[in-house]
Ligand binder design. Sequence first.
Ligand SMILES: Cc1cc2nc3c(=O)[nH]c(=O)nc-3n(C[C@H](O)[C@H](O)[C@H](O)COP(=O)(O)O)c2cc1C
Length: 480
Amino acid sequence: MNDPEAARGYHRLTMHDPSGLRPNDPRLVRDYQPLRWDRKPPQFKTYPGLEAILLPDDISLIPGGGLGVGLLSRLLFLSAGVVRTADLAGEKVYFRAAGSAGNLSPVEVYVVTGDMAGLDAGVYHYEPVEHALVRLGDAPAETPPALVLTGVPWRTAWKYRERGFRHLYWDAGTMLAQTLALAEEAGLVARVELGFVDHVVAALVGADGVHEVALAVVPLTGASTTLPDPDEVTVGHLADDPLEFPLVTLAQRAGDLATDEDVEGWRRAAAPLGTPRGSSDAPSLRRPLDEVIRGRGSCRQFDPRRTAPGELLGGAMAWATRAVPGDFVADGATLLDHYLTVHAVEGVEPGAYRWRSGELEQLRTGQVRDVAAHLCLDQALGGNGAYTAFHCAPLDDVLGALGSRGYRAAQLEAGIVEGRLHLFAYDRGLGATGLTFYDREVARFFASEADPMLVTAVGAPDYAPVPGGLPRRPLHLRRN
Ligand SMILES: Cc1cc2nc3c(=O)[nH]c(=O)nc-3n(C[C@H](O)[C@H](O)[C@H](O)COP(=O)(O)O)c2cc1C
């Protein structure tokens, strides 16, 4: 259990390489044809026949309101709700409040709670389209409220094959960046807990542990939570013919914790881990968070002629790398190092940099737009923004201390930083996008010991984004 070699092997086997060749390894599915439209997984989990409890459609923040169904509605909608729809090749496609690679959104959200104002105790599934909850089972009246995030590998592996396992944690991270900010704004402390007994959490929400796996538990009360024991829960529908990628199952399973003692041991190992994030003060967001989140969309085209204000780098990085309250790293510390290619930022010479402990350290000077675009899987977006941040983790150290479960933590923290950079950029009227990358080339270019986990490009968009809609009234985009 929790053997670090499994995550190391997974990571190596799912690296992108410019040659386009995949490793010849029996653990990879060889004859799979990605993006077969006749096999496209549904975007959402469904519970046919179960009654939907509509959440309030007023998602405004009521100052001093406390955690009741109103605030829960705001947290859920602005973390995981549907804000836009579009027609693509005759099919309705839903876009969610948080970014997700390929818009595949493989993360499901459950609420486990005791009685709260406006909502009875229970285990609930969040329905993003209807902005509703369906009640799956019971929970004791005194259960502290928590979210449980699960990942559906097939939904993202349909396009990204085995690399989709990384996406589960990236996309949970972008979502949690929003949840954490919304909780903080409302005076709550949401914690990101990765130490839990996997089969217990999976059973609590009706996940089978293969086609749907537990990703994170997020208590909303500031304290670490003890979830209730699993009871009878209704099991939903994920897809008609989900394909299992054995390497994904292996990578997740290798990190599983089986007992409460395992959880305690894992948390003890995490408690001293990480590098201090430094003392640089982070500026605040200036606009209401609901406006920022509804205005967020991944930038599809940056304007390379525009130079970003210096705050978009120093301020955004300081804000995005604030400590994540949780159990996977020491308090106030981070598992990540960030390497940057700077292209057009006021007061910062173009070149390659490292961001560590709140300081920007120059590694080399000169314009590197072309290199940056190449590193990001030869995507122009990687080079035409103001800067591109490569979120890296010293995997040997992380896996050495935390076993294969540490891989989940490093990927998730990278997703959170990515999501926060988005929020900061949109707050300041600029844009950002998540990007994938050639793993070894990134490490080689920055001469870094750390492995890239995820990339964010930040800059001035080439167009004015349209804000998303409200619960049950998403903005409709015409795409064809
Ligand atoms: C983790 C992550 C990785 C992404 N990788 C890429 C990428 O490599 N190339 C790209 O063009 N967009 C990428 N995106 C952007 C998504 O395609 C975009 O978030 C998705 O289509 C949803 O659109 P929205 O963010 O505007 O809501 C990524 C987004 C995330 C969150």
